[in-house]
Design a protein around this ligand. Sequence first.
Ligand code: HPA
Length: 296
Amino acid sequence: MAPATDPEQLRRQVLEELEQATAWLQSRWPERPRVGMILGSGLGPLARCVEPQAEFPYTEVPGLVPPTAQGHQGRLRCGHAGDVPAMVFQGRVHLYEGHPAHRIAFPVWLLRRLGCRLLMIFSAAGGLNPQLAEGQVVVLTDHINLMGVNPLVGLNHPDLGHVFPDMSRAYWPRGIALAQRLARQLDLPLPGAVYAGMRGPNLETRAEYRFLRRIGADVVGMSTVPEVIAAAQVNLPVLAFAVVGNMCLPDALGRMTHEHILQATQQATRHLAQLVERLVPQAVSELAADQQQPAT
Ligand code: HPA
C-alpha cells in the first residue's frame, strides 16, 4: 500500500492493516499469544525457545515488511515457550532500511491486538560502559531516543492507545528484577543498562561514542526504541535484552565490521536461550497475578 501523507489517512491505513493482520493470523493460528519476542541481529537462534506450530514469512503477513539486514530472517513463528503461547518475530526492520517509524512499531501493535501480555526484545548493541565486554548480555532499564523520529507521530490517538504515553515504567521493573534473579541462578552476569537509540546505519564516530557515554548511555544500538515506545502506548510491559557485539571505547577504538558484531552476538545466544526458557513462564505468571493492576 502507498504510504499515506495526511495524518488522518495514515491513522486509518494503519488501523485497517492491523485489523487485516489480526484476522489473517487468527485464522491461521487460533491461540492468543501471551508473549511476543522480537529477535535482532545474530539472535535468530533464540527462536528455538519456542516450539513451532506455524511459521509464516513476513511477505505473507499483511502489514509486515521483510528485513534486508544481514542476520535477520523475516519469519514469524507461532507456537509455545514451555506451555506459554508465543509469537516470535525472527528478524526486524530498522529505520536505516528506509522504513517509517510506524512500520517498525507495527508488530508491537499487532501483538497487543492478538492478546499479548509481555513483549521481549533482543538486539545487538555497542558497549559504551567500559565495565562491559563483547558477548556480555545486558537487560535494558531505560533508553535515550536519539533516532530523530518517533513511531507515534500522527498515531498518538485513542484508537491506538495513550495519546501521551508515560515512559517511567516502559521497561518493566519487576520483570527486570526477575530476569536478574534467574540469571544469577544460571551464573550469567546480567547488568542493567541504558540504551541510546541511533538511526544508523553507520557505527558512531569516536566523538559520538564519547558523547553518548557522557549523557548516561551504557550501550548503543539502532533498534528497540521505536518498539518500546509503541509498547508503552498500548500498556505492554517490556523486557529488552541486548548483547554487546563490539566495545565502543573512544580512546581505544579499533576498526569494526558487521560480521564481527554478528559473531560476537551469536556466541551469547546459548546462555540467553537458557535464561529465556526459565524467564518466560515465571514472567507471564507474575503478570497474570496482577492482571488488573498496571505492571510495576
Ligand atoms: N553502534 C550502533 N549500533 C550498534 C553498535 C554500535 O557500535 N554495535 C551494535 N549495534
